[in-house]
Ligand binder design. Structure first.
Ligand code: PEP
Length: 253
């Protein structure tokens, strides 16, 4: 059975002490109310806090992910972080292709494909984001956009490699805007993504992949979204910065 996953993308937020407080808050809440057996929590802090958060993860309340990775092995890439470095810190997941990276740092599907390769080579599971912008949704192009992002970024992988992925559908118009996709909109496109994967790799592979929804997901709407058969959890931005909100979302399955 595929996992239910709630991943918190902290983006470029929190001081070191605030980050420490957030992890502690999450752990305190998880001591009181346990996560569902099939639920996996992943925390994705900024790079400088990975080690601190990883140290806490030894208590196995959650796993740890990075928010980005460079597409090269190593070398003269000032300011960048490689998949090998993350692997050497035992980081298990990494977000790739977030719409903010696509929009502000020019990440293309081709670059995303290389990043995914780097991660898989280092046994790190990519959380690959896809999703359309508002004009594309208004023009009814969301299916084409998502299909292009998935096929160009991921369809060079073998079926075995593909099984290591987590996909996050994040409509850009819903990220940080307070506008959430309706449960029907989420289910429709998640089912389409799973169908697209099934056409390339077969139904068994498609059924194994967790497909997360991202975009203004919060405790008040998580239950309705996660109740859909093809919505296997969420990639959470704003609401992941507050321990109680984040844990409540993780309890929404
Ligand atoms: C995100 O950026 O991945 C995200 C889902 O953000 P938010 O929850 O704040 O919309």
């Amino acid at each position: 059975m595929r996992k239910n996953i709630v991943a918190g993308n902290w983006k470029m937020n929190k001081s070191f002490d605030e980050a420490d407080e957030l992890v502690n808050g999450i752990m305190e809440l998880l001591e009181k109310k346990e996560l569902g057996k099939n639920t996996l929590m992943i925390l994705c802090p900024p790079f400088p806090y990975l080690e601190m958060v990883s140290d806490y993860s030894n208590d196995s309340y959650f796993m740890v992910g990075a928010q980005n990775v460079n597409d090269n092995d190593k070398g003269a890439y000032t300011g960048e972080v490689s998949a090998g470095m993350l692997a050497s810190m035992e980081i298990e997941y990494c977000i790739v292709g977030h719409s903010e990276r696509r929009a502000y740092y020019g990440e293309t599907d081709a670059i995303i494909a290389k990043k995914v390769d780097q991660l898989l080579k280092n046994d790190i599971r990519p959380i690959v984001c896809c999703g359309e912008v508002l004009e594309e949704r208004e023009a009814g192009k969301q299916f084409d956009v998502v299909k292009r992002q998935i096929s160009e970024g991921l369809f060079h992988l073998s079926a075995e490699q593909f099984k290591s992925l987590v996909i996050a559908y994040e409509p850009v118009w819903a990220i940080g805007t307070g506008k959430t996709a309706t449960p029907e909109q989420a289910q429709e496109i998640h089912a389409f993504i799973r169908q697209t994967i099934a056409e390339k790799y077969g139904k068994d592979v498609a059924d194994e992949i967790s497909i997360l929804y991202g975009g203004s997901c919060k405790p008040s709407n998580a239950k309705e979204l996660f109740a859909n058969p093809d919505v296997d959890g969420g990639l959470i931005g704003g609401a992941a910065l507050q321990a109680e909100d984040f844990v409540n979302i993780a309890m929404s399955f």
